[in-house]
Design a protein around this ligand. Structure first.
Ligand code: PMP
Length: 452
């Protein structure tokens, strides 16, 4: 933590808070009531607030610090790159960008081997959609309800969750469909196989009624993240691939949140054997957010569209040296230290069993879903009716108090509506995961208290 003495650190934190409230305009928030936590330092799976309290970070911030906070190899790579070359025009080739592109291309599924770099996830989605439209010459994009694709204009309109609503000006060419989600099935299904079959039938009907010759792309998160970590049933993504092939549609897998180790694989779609999308949008975990970076992995077939015809898009900071140096170091360290394997192992042996055990004792837990270090607890008022503990798109005193109890106990969670997301860094140890589960156990008694 900053400051030479605890008093000096607290004084500095108070000034940070005061200036924030005076001058900083925050995302996705009503400004007046905001009380942002001052964060002064972080290390591994922990961070420290302005009062010097240590918190176990089960949020990975925005589900992006997959390698944990302040990994020394990544910090050193950024420092070395800064000392050598901080910025360069995207038209030039740099060692950092070439290496990062190679390391990503070597890990993408199938033959996706060309990488276009962006500044983050939303612009990765924007460019993936633009590539699909130019490749097919078609205008429309199909996207899931219960999805999040970013905060820029097209990305927020592709988004299916309520963050779209205040931003939706009816962008032409975007059509939403229901994906598989057995716990709240839109298809009256009673098992995964039925949910899968009916969700695919619904998607095909959507394609047919919209007009296949008008549809450029289907975009979906391989495992939807902020919308609730609904792991698709076996066969669903293979079915989407088949529909895309049948109707000449580009398959965009948005792996901004679920990529780079989060699900215990480099890319989440690898959990569904053999499914290869045409484009993958990525960001966050690619360099754990140490420097803003995102991108699109492109199949040779789509890349070839732009062999003799210019790709009409770009960004000043495409392949920024500091960001791509951080990516190369992150991917290298994750491989050397077997961090992706660790995420799979902790998910299978500690988090999955531990969260299911909590569900046996806490009646407020309606559903437990996830894999790797990517889990959601869906909190309900009543297990029979499945009435959520907060309304869709909103919050409730029960959720606010539960999250506050977790924080007071030293645990930081990622929260959305009636869900607690358990999404720690992929580097988390067994002991840290167990510590977090024990703190979560305490906090859930607060949620239980709201049940009649
Ligand atoms: N797609 C998905 C699946 C995401 O989870 C996010 C961010 N949460 C985005 C896109 C947007 O990324 P960014 O905030 O970096 O623009």
């Amino acid at each position: 933590p900053q400051g030479s003495t605890p008093e000096a650190a607290r004084e500095q934190a108070a000034r940070t808070y005061e200036l924030d409230r005076k001058h900083v305009f925050h995302s996705w928030s009503a400004q007046a009531a905001l009380k942002p936590m001052v964060v002064t330092a972080a290390q591994g799976c922990y961070l420290w607030d302005g009062d010097g309290n240590r918190l176990l970070d089960f949020s990975s911030q925005m589900v992006n610090t997959n390698i944990g906070h302040q990994h020394p190899k990544v910090v050193a790579a950024i420092q070395a790159q800064a000392a050598q070359l901080c910025t360069v025009a995207p038209a030039h080739a740099t060692a950092a960008r070439s290496e990062a592109a190679r390391l990503i291309a070597e890990r993408t599924p199938g033959d996706l081997d060309r990488i276009f770099f962006t500044n983050g996830g939303a612009d990765a989605v924007e460019h993936a959609v633009r590539m699909a439209r130019l490749h097919t010459g078609r205008p429309k994009v199909l996207a899931r309800y219960r999805s999040y694709h970013g905060g820029t204009d097209t990305a927020v309109n592709l988004t299916g969750d309520p963050r779209r609503w205040p931003n939706d000006h009816g962008t032409a060419g975007i059509v939403h469909f229901f994906g598989p989600f057995l716990y709240r099935s839109r298809f009256h299904a009673s098992d995964e196989a039925q949910e899968c079959e009916r969700a695919l039938e619904h998607l095909e009907q959507t394609i047919i009624f919209e007009g296949p010759s008008t549809i450029a792309a289907i975009i979906l998160e391989s495992v939807p993240g902020t919308a609730g970590i609904m792991v698709p049933p076996p066969g669903y993504l293979a079915g989407v691939r088949e529909l895309c092939d049948r109707y000449g549609i580009v398959f965009i897998a948005d792996e901004v949140m679920c990529g780079f180790g989060r699900t215990g694989k480099w890319f989440a779609i690898e959990n569904f054997a053999g499914v290869v999308p045409d484009l993958i949008s990525f960001a966050k975990g690619v360099n754990s957010g140490y420097v803003p970076l995102g991108g699109v992995a492109i199949s040779p077939r789509i890349a070839a569209t732009f062999d003799d015809r210019a790709y009409p898009g770009g960004l000043t900071y495409s392949g920024h040296p500091l960001a791509t140096a951080a990516a190369a170091a992150t991917i290298t360290a994750m491989a050397e230290e077997r961090i992706v394997e660790n995420a799979a192992q902790i998910g299978a042996t500690v988090l999955g069993p531990g969260l299911r055990e909590l569900a046996e004792r806490h009646p407020s837990i309606g559903d437990v879903r996830g894999l790797g270090v990517f889990w959601a607890l869906e909190l309900v008022r009543d297990r029979e009716t499945r009435e959520p503990l907060a309304p869709y798109g909103g919050t409730s005193q029960a959720m606010i108090d539960t999250v506050a109890a977790a924080k007071a106990a030293g645990l930081l969670l990622f929260v959305n509506f009636n869900r607690l997301h358990v999404v720690p860094p992929c580097t988390i140890t067994e002991a840290e995961a167990k510590e977090g589960l024990a703190l979560l156990d305490q906090a859930l008694t607060v949620a239980d208290g709201y049940l009649e």
